[in-house]
Design a protein around this ligand. Structure first.
Ligand SMILES: [Fe+2]
Length: 259
């Protein structure tokens, strides 16, 4: 599998804190079936200055684990304004820029920024919008795809590792077909769980949708192919089965009904 979002590079952000930790993370990634991994450190001036050197060093370790490391960066939207859009590091050197929107709404500023990015041949991958759901950001699944954004869900969100409310938002948005791909957003060894998340989704969603989320679209981001959309609406029986499996979470989260 291709994982387009990780914090594998040591000492550049809140992910790996040492080359030894990166090595352990790479081994964990390989065990879960990751064969290509984007090193998308959180952007900062210091990170940018050191990125190329640390990337080269870590790429050698990755190759020893059977993983192709590819470049990238994760940009917080509130820190992207002063940067030339063409200077942003894209995922795997393609057209896509990985962005954490941070804010629980789509502002006029973000609309115009994305329009400008599009004019410059760049598209935006929005990282884990389900984690902003509890802040009230329900419009994400309507407006962001309209703006040409590709939405990425974290494997940990699918499995409930960020809490019950994020998990419920994740599954709700999955069946709204707003997501283009799954990624680990790994900050440590335990974050690599795309194999587990794939198994969880395979219990409820059709194989072609799961293959698009885990295989086709992540590879398309890197190779420059057009992304595919999913049509993965869950029927009543599947929703009921999901509720029975996770009912205690849904009750605690107090979310609205699943339509
Ligand atoms: Fe991240």
């Amino acid at each position: 599998m291709t994982d387009i979002h990780s914090h594998i590079l040591p000492g550049l952000d809140d992910g790996s804190d040492s080359p030894e930790r990166s090595k352990e993370m790479l081994a964990a990634a390989a065990r879960t079936g990751v064969r290509r991994l984007a090193a998308t450190s959180h952007y900062s001036v210091r990170c940018e200055e050191n990125y190329d050197r640390v990337f080269q060093e870590t790429a050698q370790m990755a190759a020893a684990c059977g993983i192709e490391l590819i470049p990238g960066m994760e940009y917080d939207f509130d820190r992207i304004g002063g940067l030339d859009v063409l200077s942003l590091r894209t995922v795997g050197g393609g057209d896509f820029v990985l962005v954490d929107m941070k804010q629980p709404y789509v502002s006029d500023g973000s609309v115009s920024w994305m329009f400008n990015a599009g004019l410059n041949g760049r598209r935006v991958i929005v990282a884990h919008p389900e984690r902003l759901w509890k802040l009230g950001w329900k419009e994400c699944y309507e407006r962001l795809p309209e703006l040409g954004c590709a939405l990425q869900i974290n494997s940990g969100s699918i499995l409930g590792r960020y809490g019950a409310d994020v998990m419920f938002a994740a599954w709700k948005l999955l069946q709204q077909n707003v997501y283009c791909m799954v990624a680990d957003d790994a900050h440590h060894e335990e974050s690599f769980c795309m194999d587990e998340a794939r198994n969880a989704l395979s219990e409820f969603f059709p194989k072609d949708a799961v293959d698009i989320w885990f295989d086709y679209n992540p590879e398309a981001v890197v190779s420059g192919r057009i992304l595919r959309a999913t049509k993965a609406r869950l029927g009543f029986a599947a929703r009921l089965r999901w509720r029975l499996a996770h009912g205690c979470f849904v009750g605690i989260a107090g979310m609205e009904s699943w339509h």
